[in-house]
Design a protein around this ligand. Structure first.
Ligand SMILES: *Cc1c(COP(=O)(O)O)cnc(C)c1O
Length: 384
């Protein structure tokens, strides 16, 4: 095993960012192909930037964010936070009492690591389920969480979504939805309703997933609950700062459903090209992915000392280093999924031919076959 813990993941991320910097300096930004689907966009005019003072900025942009945020998520009140993880943490800090239960339902395990970590910090008891038959709400439960779309973009069934909300409300327990990518994936691609319109009490989404905003989190929901969460978030500095809020407003205004719908159509063609050489690719709503276990099967290198996840990290690093292709396992925060997704709704995806992308993947895979035989070499590629 090469990548064993959060510290290893941090080192891997720092190495990736160094590679990205080198590529930009030597070959230029055009050599990079960011297919993460996380844009980290920062749209702002110079007039807007001039208004970024500690108290003036929030007065203007928080007001606009209430309007744009409610259009996007519904609900009574919006609260912007530093990251989706910060929104999850603030919600659990505000609503979960010591020794009470938090139950989480999602279409496919595991849930985002910030959920279990936050529950541990408040000494709550955490349970997660991906089978509706096994799902149950124990006594002394303070919060029910639903993930609308998982880290790997597996999307929740809308009927089960409604049933879980009903079960929670029958026991007077608030429902919090982690709709990081789901707020757009579920609604645009699967024609589902907004989480709050399905009856949830609070929702959080990520402002850089599948939309041209900065990395940040947007909470929405019932005013009394949002206020409670806001107080906690302010106590610990989890709220979004004015520059982030400005870029969130403009990201929301610039969001186009069209990009997601185009990717939804293009992915089938990409899959059929890839399948001429590989059996490891699966469809996602807006692209394709390789799960670590499928990559391992494709490599078929029985004497490799690498775990499935190591192989996925190694492949992501080779894709970046050799071909400039950025995927989440190369640059992610500790605990994120090791699944390699190629998101065709990403800006850079519209600038490259699918055949060329396919050739880059083939060439990186051949390199992976070589390097995966040698653990020391693999370690060097991942950590430098
Ligand atoms: C991305 C993601 C998060 C966390 O987003 P951050 O920006 O890393 O805080 C939480 N939940 C799900 C389902 C996600 O996909």
């Amino acid at each position: 095993m090469i990548v064993n813990n959060s510290l290893d993941e941090l080192k891997k991320r720092e190495n990736s960012l160094k590679i990205v910097k080198e590529i930009i300096e030597v070959k230029g930004r055009d050599f990079l192909i960011d297919l993460t689907g996380l844009s980290g966009g920062f749209i702002a005019s110079s007039e807007e930037l001039n208004l970024l003072e500690t108290y003036v900025g929030p007065a203007i942009f928080e007001y606009e964010l209430q309007i744009e945020g409610i259009k996007h998520l519904g609900g009574e009140k919006i609260f912007p936070v530093n990251r989706t993880s910060s929104g999850i943490f603030a919600t659990i800090l505000a609503l979960v009492s010591k020794d009470s239960y938090v139950v989480h339902f999602l279409s496919q395990l595991p849930g985002h690591p910030s959920i279990v970590r936050s529950c541990n910090l408040v000494n709550g008891n955490y349970l997660e389920f991906d089978s509706f038959n096994e799902f149950h709400i124990p006594d002394n439960c303070s919060l029910v969480i639903i993930t609308g779309s998982t880290m790997d973009h597996n999307v929740m069934d809308e009927d089960i979504f409604k049933k879980i909300i009903q079960m929670a409300h029958n026991k007077n327990i608030p429902v919090f939805v982690d709709d990081a990518s789901g707020a757009r994936l579920r609604t645009v691609i699967f024609n589902q309703k907004k989480a709050l319109d399905l009856g949830a009490d609070i929702v959080v989404t990520s402002t850089d997933k599948l939309m041209p905003g900065p990395r940040g989190g947007l909470l929405a929901g019932k005013k009394d609950l949002i206020d409670k969460i806001k107080v906690k978030a302010n106590q610990f500095g989890l709220e979004a700062q004015p520059p982030l809020i400005l870029a969130m407003v403009n990201g929301l205004k610039a969001f186009k459903e069209e990009n997601l719908l185009n990717a939804f159509i293009k992915k089938e063609k990409f899959l059929s090209i890839l399948q001429k050489n590989f059996s490891m690719f699966k469809l996602t709503p807006t692209g394709v992915m390789i799960k670590p276990e499928d990559l391992s099967y494709e490599v078929k290198n029985k004497d490799t000392e690498l775990s499935n996840e190591d192989l996925a990290f190694l492949f992501a690093m080779i894709l970046l280093k050799e071909e400039g292709i950025i995927t989440i396992p190369a640059v992610s925060m500790p605990g994120a999924s090791a699944t390699i997704r190629f998101d065709l709704s990403a800006n850079d995806a519209s600038n490259i031919e699918l055949e060329i992308l396919n050739n880059k993947i083939i060439s990186s895979f051949n390199k992976l076959l070589e390097i995966s035989k040698n653990k020391e070499e693999a370690k060097k590629i991942i950590f430098d």
